[in-house]
Ligand binder design. Structure first.
Ligand SMILES: *Cc1c(COP(=O)(O)O)cnc(C)c1O
Length: 360
């Protein structure tokens, strides 16, 4: 595919495994952006944004969808749709909405959180049993269950379908709403073969990111029933997310939906390849050991230095990975990482590990 070869990313010769957000738009995507029909989307006049919203709503099996600048905004809008100040949401303790969004639920919406620690992000039904508060003026009102699939901090793990359905049935049975942070939902779809609408039908609202594995430069969507998405439009505006000729961005997202979903399987295969290599290196330990999708976490033995020192040594050899704890490193495969890049990355990892303290 000439499109893949003509991108500037490979010219830099850099191996960037820090995140699936580092991808640069391909030549084909840039062309689609350049040719996009646009209008003022705050006036509801951008045809490409409307096309994207209709398409993603249909793909997710929802009535309507709204294009928003980021996944963080889609989660915050969801919280505002479902929770008032004094309400509480339940989520997994390592989830993005809880850890990586500045506590926006509290900061912007006055909402409390009950974080439930999962196993690499995966929850089981029995863990939720006592999390719904009684009707008592001392307590917040439990309103929302927010799940994340795939789970970022959990190492790209997939919440098993049957458990996910049971968790949502449990929530709805207790009068709670449900929101899916599906920043990487399409990774779960491709890895399991379970279509998106089957996952999403258990949720009142769903957020997806176009700027992660799908390789678009900007953008997310929140999808759900028409009335809720009409309300979401108001929340997007007050959060400063109303955009004007956003069709150039929507065109990139449409291109990504057309061309970059099925290929996520390549990322998953590359992640498994990377993990196999890491497993064979003495002073590195996968955590978790199983690789469901495109995210690989591993621990470095203290004799290799801290995770930050280890990553600095990798970077000096042209390989970028992300230190995410004193000993924990994250590597993510994506559109700009080829099978050959994985092989090269494993050579560099072996070099640095083999070098001991001198290798650093
Ligand atoms: C990246 C991510 C988000 C936030 O998306 P941004 O576009 O970076 O704001 C939300 N949830 C998950 C699981 C993510 O990985």
């Amino acid at each position: 595919m000439s499109d893949e070869r003509s991108r500037p990313a490979s010219a830099a010769g850099e191996l960037d495994f820090r995140s699936d957000t580092v991808t640069r738009p391909t030549a084909g995507m840039r062309q689609a952006m350049a040719e996009a029909a646009v209008g003022d989307d705050v006036f509801g006049e951008d045809p490409t944004v409307q096309q994207l919203q209709e398409r993603i709503a249909a793909e997710l099996g929802k009535e309507a969808a709204l294009f928003v600048p980021s996944g963080t905004m889609s989660n915050l809008i969801a919280v505002r749709l479902h929770c008032r100040p004094g309400d509480e949401l339940i989520c997994e303790a390592g989830s993005h909405v809880y850890i990586y969004e500045q506590g926006g639920y509290a900061q912007i919406n006055g909402t409390a959180v009950w974080p439930v620690p999962g196993r690499y992000g995966i929850l089981s039904l029995d863990q939720l049993q006592d999390t719904v508060r009684g009707d008592n003026p001392h307590l917040p009102r439990t309103r929302l269950l927010c799940l994340e699939n795939t789970h970022n901090r959990g190492g790209g793990r997939i919440q098993p379908y049957d458990t996910l359905a049971a968790l949502c049935d449990w929530a709805h049975g207790r009068g709670l709403r449900t929101h899916l942070d599906g920043a990487r939902l399409f990774n779960a779809v491709v890895a399991t073969g379970i279509e998106a609408p089957r996952w999403t039908r258990h949720f009142d609202t769903v957020g997806v990111c176009f700027s992660k594995g799908l390789g678009a430069p900007v953008g997310s969507a929140i999808a759900g029933p028409k009335a809720l998405i009409a309300e979401a439009l108001r929340h997007r505006k007050v959060l400063g997310g109303g955009m004007r000729q956003a069709g150039v961005l929507a065109a990139a997202a449409l291109y990504a939906l057309e061309h970059h979903v099925a290929r996520l399987a390549d990322d998953h295969q590359n992640a498994r390849l990377l993990a196999e290599g890491i497993r064979s290196l003495d002073r590195l330990g996968l955590e978790p050991d199983a690789i469901d999708t495109n995210i690989v976490y591993f621990r470095v033995h203290p004799s290799c230095g801290t995770a930050a020192q280890f990553c600095a040594a990798l970077a000096a050899r042209g390989l970028r990975m992300l230190p995410l704890g004193p000993a924990l490193v994250r590597a993510v495969t994506h559109l700009d990482v080829s099978r050959d890049d994985v092989a090269r990355a494993l050579e560099i990892l072996a070099e640095v590990v083999g070098g001991g303290a001198g290798g650093l």
